[in-house]
Design a protein around this ligand. Sequence first.
Ligand SMILES: [Zn+2]
Length: 251
Amino acid sequence: MTKNYFATGIISKSSNFGEADSIFHLITKEYGLVKAVAKSVRKPKSKLKGHLQTLNHVNAYLRKGKNLDLIIQVESVTTFKSIKKNLNFIAQACYMTELTESVISEDQSSPELFNLLVSSLKFLETSKNRILLIHCFEFQLLALSGFKLMFLECVNCQKEISKNSHVFSPVQGGVLCPNCKKSENTKLINLSFTTLKILRNMSRENFSLLLEISPPKNIINELSRIFNESIKELLGIKLNSQNFYQTIMKH
Ligand SMILES: [Zn+2]
């Protein structure tokens, strides 16, 4: 990386630093997670201030530093205004950015993760039906992190799954056939056939179809449990924003 560089990214987090500076976390297309300081950004006359807001998509010029990089110039591409007006959308957007930040590496180009986050935020802002957005996002993020959940055949022996024998193993990252279920001694989750059908459509990457449907509450609860447990087991994380977004979604 040269001393000065350009990056396009989503601002995922900020914290105060010193008297008037702030540190920003950017999920960038070119360099993965970038942590950079903006000088005097908390002073009223700062030109950077308006652009450096959490969830903004920005184009930034930065200078490589020893510990933290320095934001020299920044311009917003999208501010996701409609998301910021609604507490429910903010909770979902924060969950998606926090989850992305937890899997993205520093100094490593991650265009797929960046594009997934941007397209999901755009969908959250513009679409009328967002019921399955978070779960489609989680499925794709897990796949990009090397954990593609298996719903078409048994994750253990690759046999086709027959009707009425659906059980999901978060540790194995997929559904198990009755035979493999017998010898599995980790936590298992029973699935209804409707939930399995939705998950199979995720495996086939039919996301545009899934983003149009509105499944009932009991199916949403099953899906939430599957993804919460998978993220906990496979990525080894439990996020603060997950509790926030789940509380909001219940109301
Ligand atoms: Zn099996």
